[in-house]
Design a protein around this ligand. Structure first.
Ligand SMILES: C[S@@+](CC[C@H](N)C(=O)[O-])C[C@H]1O[C@@H](n2cnc3c(N)ncnc32)[C@H](O)[C@@H]1O
Length: 332
C-alpha cells in the first residue's frame, strides 16, 4: 500500500493536511512503527517521503454512506458520487454530480442518517461574485443555514448561504497563526467571518484590522469577536479594501490576502500599507508558485521595494493540476 512516511510527532498534522486535500486513503488503517507513522494515500505527492507498506484494511462499517445507498443506486452511481463532504459546524454540504441529480433526495437523506448532523445542503453553483458565496439547495434535516463551526478551539458562527467559509483552510490558518508574533499590527484585507483574525487573536496579543465588502460577513465577525476569548484586539471594517484603506493612518506588520482569484489586483494596495520588513501572506489559484512570486515582486518594485520570499506552499487542490497556493513575502 502506498503510504506517506512521517516522524510520529508530525503524524496528526500530516494526516489532517492529507484529509483536507482528499489524498488520504480511508480504506486502510494508519500504522505506527518505531519512530515513524505510515499514512495510506490514494495519489502521489512530492511533499512527503512515499513508501510501500502493508496496512490493515479498515473494518467495514455496517452503516457507511455507500451501504445506506446500495439498494437505491447502482455500484457505478455510488462510485460516481462524491462522498467527500464539507462539514461546517452541524451542516453538511454535498456535491452531487449532474447524472445523480434525480437521486439527490435519497442521497441527502442517506447523508443525514450517516452524518447525524442537523442539515444537508447541496452545492447548486460554483463559488461566485464579489462576496465568493455559492448557491445551496436544502436537501434534508432542518432548513437552517446558520451554524457554529469549531476550529482550533475557536467558535465561528456563520450562515452558509450568506458568506464564504471553507473548513479546508484550517491547517493554513493555524500555520499563519503560529508564524505571528505578539505585538504585530495585522490587516486582513478579505476577512469574511474572520477565521484568520479569530484564530490569530485567540492565541496572540496583536492588533488586527479586518475588512470585508460583505455586510453579512462583518456582522458574523462582530458576533464571533464576542463568542471567543481573545488575547488580541480585532477592529472590523465594512467596505471595499481599495476605498477604506485610504482612511488608515498607520501601516501594518502583516497583511493577509486570502482572495485567491483576485488578490493580485490588490497587491498595489498591500505594498503601500505594509511596513518595511512586514510580511504579506498572499494567496492565488495556480499550477505553480512562479506566477505569484512574479506578481509580488513586480508590485513591490513598482513601489520602489523588494520582496524576500519566505515560504511557498500548496494549501489545497482546487481542480486537477491547479492549487490554492500560499506565498509569504517579506517586503524590504
Ligand atoms: C475567499 S473569501 C475569504 C474569507 C476569509 N479570509 C476566509 O478565509 O474564510 C474572500 C472574501 O473577500 C471579500 N471581498 C471581495 N472583494 C473585496 C474587496 N474589494 N474588499 C474587501 N473584501 C472583499 C468577500 O466578501 C469574501 O468574504
Amino acid at each position: 500500500m502506498k503510504c506517506v512516511k512521517v516522524p510520529l510527532k508530525q503524524l496528526n498534522d500530516v494526516r489532517i493536511k492529507l484529509m483536507e486535500n482528499d489524498m488520504m486513503n480511508m480504506e486502510y488503517k494508519i500504522k505506527a512503527s518505531g519512530d515513524f507513522g505510515y499514512i495510506p494515500i490514494n495519489e502521489d505527492t512530492d511533499d512527503y517521503e512515499i513508501v510501500d507498506v502493508e496496512l490493515e484494511p479498515m473494518k467495514k462499517v455496517p452503516h457507511n454512506f455507500s451501504e445506506l445507498l446500495k439498494n437505491e443506486l447502482t455500484d457505478e452511481e455510488i462510485e460516481n458520487l462524491r462522498t467527500s463532504f464539507d462539514t461546517v459546524g452541524d451542516i453538511v454540504i454535498l456535491e452531487i454530480p449532474e447524472e445523480l441529480q434525480d437521486k439527490k433526495q435519497i442521497i441527502g437523506d442517506a447523508a443525514l442518517k450517516f452524518t447525524k448532523r442537523k442539515s444537508i445542503y447541496m452545492k447548486k453553483s460554483a463559488i461566485k461574485g464579489t462576496t465568493r458565496v455559492r448557491d445551496l439547495e436544502f436537501l434534508s434535516g432542518k432548513d437552517d443555514s446558520v451554524t457554529i463551526h469549531r476550529e482550533h478551539g475557536a467558535r465561528l458562527k456563520l450562515d452558509v448561504r450568506e458568506v464564504y467559509f471553507s473548513p479546508r483552510l484550517a491547517t493554513e490558518r493555524k500555520r499563519v497563526m503560529e508564524s505571528v508574533t505578539d505585538g504585530e499590527r495585522i490587516l486582513d484585507m478579505f476577512c469574511g467571518i474572520g477565521p484568520f483574525p479569530i484564530v490569530i487573536a485567540r492565541n496572540k496579543d496583536v492588533d488586527i484590522t479586518a475588512v470585508d465588502i460583505n455586510e453579512s460577513a462583518i456582522r458574523y465577525l462582530d458576533e464571533n469577536i464576542k463568542l471567543n476569548k481573545l488575547k488580541g484586539n480585532i477592529q472590523t471594517c465594512l467596505g471595499d479594501i481599495r476605498q477604506v484603506s485610504s482612511e488608515f493612518n498607520s501601516k501594518f506588520d502583516r497583511i493577509i490576502m486570502n482572495l485567491p482569484g483576485l488578490a493580485y489586483t490588490f497587491l498595489d494596495v498591500a505594498v503601500n500599507l505594509i511596513e518595511d520588513g512586514g510580511i504579506i501572506n498572499y494567496y492565488e489559484f495556480s499550477d505553480s508558485y512562479e506566477q505569484g512570486i512574479k506578481r509580488l515582486k513586480s508590485a513591490a518594485n513598482e513601489a520602489g521595494k523588494e520582496v524576500e520570499i519566505i515560504n511557498c506552499r500548496k494549501v489545497k487542490s482546487t481542480s486537477p493540476g491547479e492549487w490554492h497556493v500560499a506565498i509569504d513575502g517579506k517586503i524590504i
